[in-house]
Design a protein around this ligand. Structure first.
Ligand code: N01
Length: 484
């Protein structure tokens, strides 16, 4: 990149991470374009609109550090309120003029000194840097269940909610009891005529009561930004230095404490002993992502609700047939069956140095040096990409730190009048070896099935302490890069 002109940036995706990059680039005075496949910003919060959707991280922590929000109405805000927050940020920073809506990126080709980026409409532009902010839980996974297309009623994925379908008083079956299935149950079971939750594996459910902030509290936060900052920082320290680090050690005592809290919650809330035992997990708490709910146990006990633990044989025109031969009849079936987390950045054709294709490099599984870059792909960086600390740290904080890291690389390339930076294969290999070894000792590898595990059963996340992430992001190891 010549030092005579400012570098330019393509941002892929206008969700939480992409908007963050856009705000920061605008503040720094750089030119950029955001490519967004949909017609609105918001990413996961735009797409997930199921009944009961809320954030399981406190709202005052799930905020950009530079855009704390005195007006959160709840401790764990509903999805709609979070969507409004991101739309508000986008407006305040006048980002929309730089966003190409309805423009999914289909191709990025490295052309020796720049990236050529093509959108779905055929629009082509060249940029010095590409920031892929494409999300993790992005491609809904329809369960691998026979007969999905045979159902005569309405069937959809939790992340593709069909709001034209009436729900009140109807017969509803929900498959899957991860965070989505549990939140849906909490809200929907009391409204249904008949409600069935199909559970394959029980979940540890952490009881966190919802708190509503009243106008007096919101007004206090508005008048007193220091108090708002104090609350954010307090939550941040508690989250990152407490829970986030402790879950890294699969043998930590913390899990016994969690087991007690969750078991007490279960024992004190679920009356029927048979139902209670069906709901009790047999693996270490936090092995799967912990589910947070204040209303799941109450809702699964309403008279019209049922928990089914028999395996699903197939879906038929009338409903769900379980392996005990019973047909569970429904008007509506919801697949709360999760996401293809290994589909990072895809589908997209990304061609790097020497015509190497990202799909080929990632043919076994996605992987990223320091969670941000891939050897062979100069000036191509990801926010919340593979190996990011998405299991136990705040995704917003993570994206902010990754973005700051990227800017240090950009400055380094500029200061040295170079064109690009690309992680060396040796450094990426060394990092991955160390990462995999550390990942084997984490709670995520203590023997449960979860979306944190790759095809080898190894957690694909950042397995080191938060302090290590902070250090690595603050001081990029330039020696691990080819800077050309
Ligand atoms: O998806 P999941 P999710 N037959 O993959 C079951 C975030 N999130 O959408 O456990 C029967 O966790 C599967 O069963 P099992 C959060 O990070 C955040 O709920 O594999 N069942 C499981 O029960 C979360 O972790 C919030 O045995 C099948 C479920 O489907 C992540 O998103 C809210 C099946 C999938 O659970 C994903 O959560 C919501 C089959 N063939 C989500 N296939 C917040 O609060 C799958 N299952 C911010």
């Amino acid at each position: 990149m010549s030092s005579e002109r400012q570098p330019t940036f393509a941002i892929i995706g206008a969700g939480m991470s992409g908007l963050l990059a856009a705000v920061k680039l605008r503040e720094a005075g750089y030119e950029f374009s955001v490519f967004e496949k949909a017609d609105r910003v918001g990413g996961t919060w735009r797409e997930n609109t199921y009944p009961g959707i809320a954030c399981d991280v406190p709202s005052h922590l799930y905020s950009y550090s530079f855009e704390l929000n005195p007006d959160w109405n709840y401790l764990a805000s509903p999805g709609e309120e979070i969507q409004e927050y991101f739309e508000g940020v986008s407006k305040r920073y006048d980002l929309e003029r730089s966003i190409r809506f309805g423009e999914p990126v289909v191709r990025c080709d490295w052309q020796g000194d720049r990236w050529e980026v093509e959108g779905g409409s055929g629009y082509v532009e060249r940029f010095d840097w590409v920031i892929a902010a494409t999300g993790i839980l992005h491609h809904p996974k329809r369960a691998d269940i026979k007969g999905l297309d045979d159902f005569a009623g309405d069937l959809f994925h939790s992340a593709q909610w069909d709001h034209s379908v009436p729900l009140d008083g109807r017969r509803i079956g929900v498959i899957g009891n991860g965070s989505s299935g549990v939140q849906i149950t909490g809200t929907l079971a009391p409204r249904a005529g008949q409600y069935t939750l199909f559970q394959r594996t029980a979940q540890w459910v952490v009881p966190v009561e919802q708190v509503e902030y009243d106008e007096a509290q919101r007004s206090e936060f508005r008048k007193n930004p220091a108090a708002l900052q104090g609350l954010h920082d307090e939550l941040d320290v508690a989250f990152h230095q407490g829970f986030a680090n402790q879950v890294l050690d699969g043998n930590s005592d913390i899990f016994e404490g969690m087991r007690t809290v969750c078991n007490d919650h279960l024992d004190n809330h679920v009356v029927d002993p048979v139902l209670r035992e069906k709901l009790r997990p047999d693996y270490t708490p936090a092995c799967k992502r912990l589910v947070v709910s204040h209303n799941f146990y109450d809702s699964i006990q309403v008279p019209q609700a049922e928990l089914v633990t028999e395996s699903i044989e197939r879906i038929e025109a009338g409903g769900v047939r379980t392996t005990d031969g019973k047909l569970h009849e429904f008007d509506v079936i919801v697949l709360a069956t999760g996401f293809h987390v290994d589909a990072f950045v895809r589908p997209m054709s990304i061609r790097g140095l020497d015509d190497v294709m990202l799909d080929d490099v990632w043919k076994d599984r996605p992987s990223a040096y320091m969670s941000v870059g891939v050897p062979g792909f100069p000036n191509f960086f990801m926010l919340n990409g593979p190996n990011s600390p998405v299991g136990n740290f705040s995704l917003i904080r993570t994206a902010e730190m990754q973005f700051a890291y990227l800017m240090k690389l950009v400055d380094h390339v500029e200061d040295n009048a170079r064109v690009y930076a690309v992680a060396s294969p040796e450094a990426a290999h060394r990092f991955e070896e160390e990462r995999v070894e550390a990942a084997k000792d984490t709670v995520w590898a203590t023997g449960c099935r979860s979306w944190y595990l790759d095809d080898r059963g190894i957690p694909f996340l950042w397995p080191f302490p938060f302090a290590r992430f902070t250090e690595e992001m603050e001081k990029p190891r330039f020696e691990d890069y080819s800077i050309e």
